[in-house]
Design a binder for this molecule. Structure first.
Ligand code: ADP
Length: 381
């Protein structure tokens, strides 16, 4: 490989010989991939060979987009052309968490940092790739367990609350029945005194219904309560990270993922971890639903409703929702899976509603199910 120097004006030149660079390439723990300005792979380190399952000779001279899943695979040439033309970097010098594809077609999450250099033989880009699958898998397992535990403990605490609640609700409901029966018995008399008593009974019945509503709402707040820390986040970043997590270890060609997010509603006010949990649940459900489908596609879209909310849609090309699942989809413990707990969607609903949004399911235009949820767009500061 040839010596290269930084493209940054004023940066010091770096000179080295080929043997020296080969020894670096053989030992750096992160995979290192060098490409030219057409995206063609010039060099592929030993760690890259282990991480991606390709030998350097298999990839040398091929387009680096072979190491990416869709939609990046298709879009990469365009990203590079735009950078070379405009100099505006989306990833270069910034680094980000994204997804890569191994030689067997399986996807895994990576942290990618890219440097840009001008060499004697032209422009080159050097990518350092760190495999996040192990770290993310254990973090994900932990996060899953924590979330499920927290929810289960709330649900079981709800069980002990239920008897107290039944007792509390029983009282206003009995009162409502009594007032309404009294009013009905008085309806035959049209004198002023009876009319006044009817009015009073109806007022009381209305007040007791409100009280019953408050009791129910208190319970709902209790279930929905959780520590949430809302910040302005980028929806694109949330979707990228959640899909990288969701597709980790999901085997060869788990699904073709297409992300079509509208740029005018990217900034949302959310608790990052919680909304990623929603996305993760929806994407994993989609992957699971499609395991027997010949064509496995997931499309994630966003669109602004024009009233300060963005709707996020996770659609799949699986079999769609079973007709009898529709009514109880978001209730806890409704599952069609042998190993399912039926908690994922109920947790999604709790989180989305705690964010002031809604969640619902519809048939998808690509054949399967489409889960929609809304989030608040962050006001410009
Ligand atoms: P679990 O995944 O443990 O079953 P969920 O609450 O996440 O719990 O899902 C409940 C049920 O909703 C699933 O068992 C499945 O029947 C249905 N479901 C969820 N997502 C999809 C989807 N994308 N396509 C078809 N059915 C789905």
């Amino acid at each position: 490989m040839c010596p290269f120097r930084s493209a940054e004006p004023g940066a010091t030149a770096f000179q080295g010989n080929a043997a020296y660079q080969r020894s670096i390439l053989a030992t750096v723990p992160d995979a290192m991939i060098v490409i030219d300005d057409h995206g063609m792979i010039l060099s592929f380190s030993a760690a890259a060979e282990r991480m991606f399952g390709y030998a350097e000779r298999d990839v040398a001279g091929r387009n680096v987009n072979m190491l990416m899943p869709q939609p990046d695979r298709q879009a990469h040439d365009g990203y590079m052309a735009r950078y070379l033309e405009t100099g505006v970097a989306r990833i270069i010098g910034v680094g980000r968490v994204t997804t890569a594809t191994r030689s067997d077609g399986s996807n895994f999450p990576i942290e990618l940092a890219i440097g840009d250099a001008i060499t004697d033989e032209g422009r080159m880009f050097t990518g350092f790739v760190r495999d996040l699958s192990e770290r993310q898998q254990s973090e994900r397992r932990l996060a899953d367990l924590q979330a499920e535990l927290a929810h289960i403990s709330r649900v079981s605490a709800m069980g002990s609350l239920a008897s107290a609640l039944a007792h509390e609700l029983n009282q206003p409901l009995t009162a409502i029945a009594n007032y309404l029966e009294g009013a009905r018995d008085l309806l035959g008399n049209s004198d002023a005194a009876s009319l006044a008593m009817i009015r009073e009974a109806l007022d009381e019945a209305a007040a007791q219904s409100l009280r019953a509503g408050q009791i129910v709402r208190r319970l709902r707040d209790f279930i929905a309560r959780g520590d949430s820390e809302k910040r302005v986040e980028s929806l694109r970043q949330l979707v990228t990270e959640a899909s990288a997590l969701a597709l980790t270890g999901s085997g060869p060609a788990a699904a073709d993922l297409e992300v079509r997010l509208s740029a005018d509603c990217d900034r949302v006010l959310v608790d990052r971890i919680q909304i990623q949990q929603v996305l993760l649940n929806l994407i994993r459900n989609a992957v699971e639903a499609m395991h027997r489908s010949p064509r496995r596609r997931i499309v994630i879209r966003s669109l602004s409703d024009g009233h300060g909310m963005v709707t996020v849609i996770v659609a799949d090309s699986g079999p769609g929702l079973a007709p009898d699942a529709q009514d109880h989809l978001f209730e806890p413990f409704h599952t069609s899976k042998d190993q399912g707990m039926g908690l994922g969607l109920s947790i999604c609903r709790t989180i989305v509603e705690a964010h002031g949004g809604r969640i619902w399911a519809e048939p998808a235009d690509i054949g399967g199910a489409a889960f929609h949820f809304t989030l608040t767009i962050a006001a410009d500061d």
